[in-house]
Ligand binder design. Sequence first.
Ligand code: NAD
Ligand code: DAU
Length: 344
Amino acid sequence: MEKILVTGGAGFIGSNFIRLLLRRRRKMHITVLDKLTYAGNFENLADLMDRTDFTFIKGDICNTRLLDTLLPGMDIIYNFAAETHVDRSILEAGSFVKTDVVGTYALLQRALKHRIPRFVQISTDEVYGSILKGKFREVDPLQPNSPYSASKSGADLLARAFYKTYGLPVVITRSSNNYGPYQHPEKFIPLFITNAIEGKPLPLYGDGMNVRDWIYVEDNCRAIELVGRKGKLGEVYNIGGGDEMPNIVIAKKIIELVGASEDLLTLISDRPGHDRRYALNIRKLKRLGWKKRWSFDEGLKRTVWWYRRNETWWRAIKEGTFKRYYRKLYHQRIRDARRGKGKH
Ligand code: NAD
Ligand code: DAU
């Protein structure tokens, strides 16, 4: 029986990944290690708690003593655990350095000690920085621009170093922007869907023309599973859906799907250091046999449907400590924009 450790499994991609594994494989046991930060949500996994092939542990990847009890006998570790929101990293970077860099180091070191046969580091396309034309390849230099992407770059490079220096069997995935069920409403697409449902302003940064390469979360999870199984040790794999479009185009699609008014669109002052465009070359992933299943329009439709059906889930988040964060990040900027003072 394969023993799998998924860190950060109570978050957005981690919880989708666990569901994918449970749908697919028979003889395995999944242990989730998650600190349940503001972004981790027990509800994302609540229906799995009675399963005999699943164990949930609340804990920190920085806790090496805990790692020493959990790691022995594991066949594979997927390290999803991270602080993940760029805007929060701009407000406060310390927790990003702690979890993303120091936490990943602790996990790599303990994986080496316990001779774990495979370690999948979940990195991000943001490590490359911004690209105006063309697409990033795995061999391109890392030029991160936010405290989040700098911390993820530290983790990514430590994973590489543990392979090169100590021979730890590592593979690294760098995926583009995910969207889909269970994504925290601090992120662009779920924030805009839920604000549109609530009739609240949709706060677009800058001129709304920044571009991301979007991938439906299930397509990313299939790619991660494939790279975990077939990826060459020491290698990096880009994962992208290739659905590139300016944020304002997505905002308008959401407005149409929700049936809200375009008057909600509000251009507010920009995110500092805002990367203009991300785009990935995914030839290497395709050579492993991966194919995208979800078009952006289908994926977005399904996502809007999910948020409509799961209002209790996101309202509980939005009505909790998120309110304070939202007030701090958005209220003044939205007021300024309404008075015509937005810097764009
Ligand atoms: P998320 O914020 O939804 O979830 C992160 C999870 O990690 C949460 O459950 C949180 O409680 C947990 N966590 C945080 N600190 C921890 C710690 N010290 N110890 C244990 N658990 C901890 O994030 P996500 O969007 O699901 O992203 C998952 C991974 O994928 C991250 O590594 C992220 O950098 C990477 N990634 C995300 C995207 C995206 O578009 N969301 C794209 C590329 C890469
Ligand atoms: O590219 C992969 C990365 O994608 C992941 O590594 C990160 O964990 C994930 O958060 C995401 O980072 P982004 O900064 O690209 O995602 P975010 O949802 O924050 O923003 C997407 C775009 O939308 C970006 O250009 C900023 C813009 N935006 C975002 C928010 C929250 C707005 O215009 N308004 C908003 O309120």
